[in-house]
Ligand binder design. Sequence first.
Ligand SMILES: [Zn+2]
Length: 247
Amino acid sequence: MDFDFELIIELQRLDAELHNAALVLEGIPRLAQDVDNRRQAATRLVAEAKDKMARNQKKRRDLETEVKDLKAQIGKYKRQLNEVKTNKEYTALLREIEEAQIKVDGLEEAIIAEMLAADDVEEEIKSALHKQGQEDEALGKEKAVLEEKMRETEARHAALAKERAALLPRIPREQIKLYDAIFQKKGGTALSPVTGDFCAMCHMRVRPQMLNEIRDRAAVILCENCGRILYLTAKPEPVKLRPEAGE
Ligand SMILES: [Zn+2]
């Protein structure tokens, strides 16, 4: 088989780059989701602090209503003091008034505690809003960077795919078949350059006779260990595939 190594090496390069671009594209939505999650967490902190404030205010209103009711009750008892006939009734009323007053005192303390707590919650809301503002700006930028990277990579992927499509008709069908079979089996790398006397992919030593055959390019030589197509790079060292497009 007259094997055109230049073209098949180019095919491998394009496939490797397509694979890398696909990996980048695959990863971006997860990164974008992560940015959104962090944004939502900041928003949630604000909502939670505001909820806390709402609960605080509701509790204060409830306590104030209770105080108001008790004070009305105390007023009623005091008016009744003038109407009672016996000392016993009088003493009982005084005890009712005293008990109600103790409750009022306790409730008023609770109201003050809620008011103090409200100051803390107010601070919590402020700091949550501040944090949200900061995060929003930073995360907005992160998101824009990701979107830009997505666009770039998509364009790059499309260009590579076009290049690959243009390359394919230039390679004999049976060579592509062999390449594809090894490509599928070997996780996306069908070729391996020989560096020194070794297969660069699996580091198995290549026998001298095989080295000669590879040098002659008379036949396709597969690595005895990993089964990839072996080739010698044009320049013996360092092992480097062609420069990236656009470099
Ligand atoms: Zn190998």
